[in-house]
Design a protein around this ligand. Sequence first.
Ligand SMILES: [Zn+2]
Length: 83
Amino acid sequence: MAFSEEMKKKISQAINDKGADKSCERCGYQYFTVLDGYFRQDPQDDPYSVQLGEKSVPSFGVACENCGNLSFMAAKVLLPDEF
Ligand SMILES: [Zn+2]
């Protein structure tokens, strides 16, 4: 388990507090699960090769419990006091 129960609550609370808890954009279902671990978004300078390590946006992943649609939120924006 990557996240403690306390961290999961902080993430869920921040999503609610910021009004980012609207229904799924694809199917309209209202329940989501915060995925257990950070996701790396790696901005790339070249679309035909992969660069890892220098730039990244640590993110939280959220999955719709009905259709599995995934969305990601920048950790530093959602929980600025933690990062
Ligand atoms: Zn959905």
